[in-house]
Design a protein around this ligand. Structure first.
Ligand code: BGC
Length: 442
């Protein structure tokens, strides 16, 4: 078994949270409505019929939760900013009470000696912008630049680390291609412009932060899963390459100046329709780090019936590997493989900004013996170390997530925390996985 020292002194240890999943207080202090408020308050959208209106009440309980993170010997705390607390209509008037909240939150992190890491966009687009087309419309770009401007100017005196976006492939794919996440739109004509505008915003948001804060550490977080072919037949290898292009390469290669992976996914040629002059340049940015968010791996196979992709992934159940409570496969080696894959790009530093697992937890005598989550974290972390020891420049590991929270479409049923949340009484219990992290980081 490895120890904390094996990762080196400079390695950052942290937890990640997202505004909509924890804050609650959805109408308080002038906050505007986001696509997730709208979506989760509609019928039959969230699996357990819940919504994020109250969530973990982090808006009021942040100090207690930050103290909890501190008690686990963590030194970095990642959270996102709710766009509609700052700009209730997405653009226009700034809501001073929203700024006040994040000022208190940042000050509290510093008081507890936790380095704040701010994500600008973790999926909660203002509903007012969605009404004007949301991510499918170019109007989102200027609105996002303004949001980045306000946040970096307001918090940049204390926040050094910035993550422009959380998983563009997830919110564009699930939100605008298959309609499973907010805002629930589908089809290629929604998806492709959403992809392009998200790509643009990633770079434009970063440029705005850099302009206001020349010394900031700026990154963006990409969801990525190692994709293996179902056999070594060339057809299957080509199918895996297409899935890899869609899920792993689509949002990183344009930033690096490589353009969209059209060679492997010809449908992406249609993105050009949404290009304005100079966009090829505007989608590039020299990030200080790229956030890697990995949970599972995939096995892809050729399937001519699937439009555009002509491929599909083997259902996790058929892979004969252990599964998490939400049906994702546990495959620690995939973490190693995806880190190696990304290390081939000219990226300054990789940081694992999310990794974790949902399991069915039981509270017994005020304890949660989440052995499987503990094993999951230990084994994935071991693979991070393996990649690091082979020379991959990995600068940190952030667990997803501190406490059980609103898990998007799954509601409160999927528990990812290293701390248990009782959503009725808003009490917290540190799970065994959290206790292990505390001792490991001592
Ligand atoms: C997201 C989190 C989410 C987690 C588990 C990541 O894709 O960034 O918001 O809760 O996965 O589904």
């Amino acid at each position: 078994m490895y120890s904390k020292n094996d990762f080196g002194e400079k390695f950052r240890w942290g937890v990640s949270l997202a505004a909509y999943q924890v804050e609650g207080a959805y109408k308080d202090d002038g906050r505007g409505i986001s696509i997730w408020d709208h979506f989760s308050n509609r019928k039959n959208r969230i699996e357990d019929g819940s919504n994020g209106n109250v969530a973990c009440e982090f808006y009021y309980r942040y100090e207690q939760d930050i103290a909890l993170a501190k008690s686990l010997n963590l030194t970095n705390f990642r959270f996102s900013i709710s766009w509609t607390r700052i700009l209730p209509d997405g653009t226009g008037e700034v809501n001073m009470l929203g700024l006040d909240f994040y000022n208190r939150l940042i000050d509290c992190c510093l008081k507890y000696d936790l380095e704040p890491w701010v994500t600008l966009y973790h999926w909660d687009l203002p509903q007012a912008l969605e009404k004007q087309g949301g991510w499918t419309s170019r109007i989102v770009v200027n609105a996002f630049i303004k949001f980045a401007d306000v946040c970096s100017k307001s918090f940049g005196d204390r926040v050094k680390n910035w993550i422009v976006m959380n998983e563009p492939s997830t919110f564009t794919g699930l939100g605008y291609l298959i309609g499973y996440y907010a805002p629930g739109r589908f089809g290629i004509n929604n998806y492709l412009p959403a992809v392009h505008h998200a790509t643009l915003c990633q770079a434009e948001g970063a440029r705005m932060i850099r302009r206001n804060l020349p010394n900031a550490t700026i990154g963006t977080s990409i969801s990525c899963s190692y994709v293996a072919p179902s056999s070594d037949n060339p057809k299957q290898i080509a199918a895996a390459r297409r899935v890899d292009a869609l899920l792993n390469r689509l949002h990183i290669e344009p930033i690096l100046g490589m353009g969209y992976p059209v060679k492997d996914l010809p449908v992406l040629e249609q993105i050009e329709k949404y290009f304005h002059p100079y966009d090829e340049e505007l989608i590039k940015f020299d990030f200080d780090f790229i956030g890697i968010q990995n949970y599972f791996s995939l096995v892809a196979y050729n399937n001519p019936l699937i439009p555009y992709l002509q491929a599909f992934v083997v259902p996790f159940k058929k892979l004969n590997r252990p599964l998490t409570a939400n049906g994702w496969e546990v495959h620690p080696e995939g973490m190693y493989r995806i880190l190696k894959q990304f290390s081939a790009y000219p990226i300054k530093e990789l940081i694992v900004t999310e990794n974790g697992a949902a399991f069915h937890d039981r509270v017994e005598d005020n304890c949660v013996h989440d052995k499987r989550r503990l094993q999951y974290i230990q084994s994935y972390l071991g693979e991070v170390l393996r990649a690091k020891q082979e020379g991959v420049n990995i600068g940190g590991y952030f667990v997803w997530t501190l406490m059980d929270n609103f898990e998007w479409r799954a509601g409160f049923r999927s528990r990812f925390g290293i701390v248990h949340t009782d959503f009725v009484h808003q009490t917290r219990i540190i799970k065994d996985s959290g206790l292990w992290i505390r001792d490991f980081l001592k």
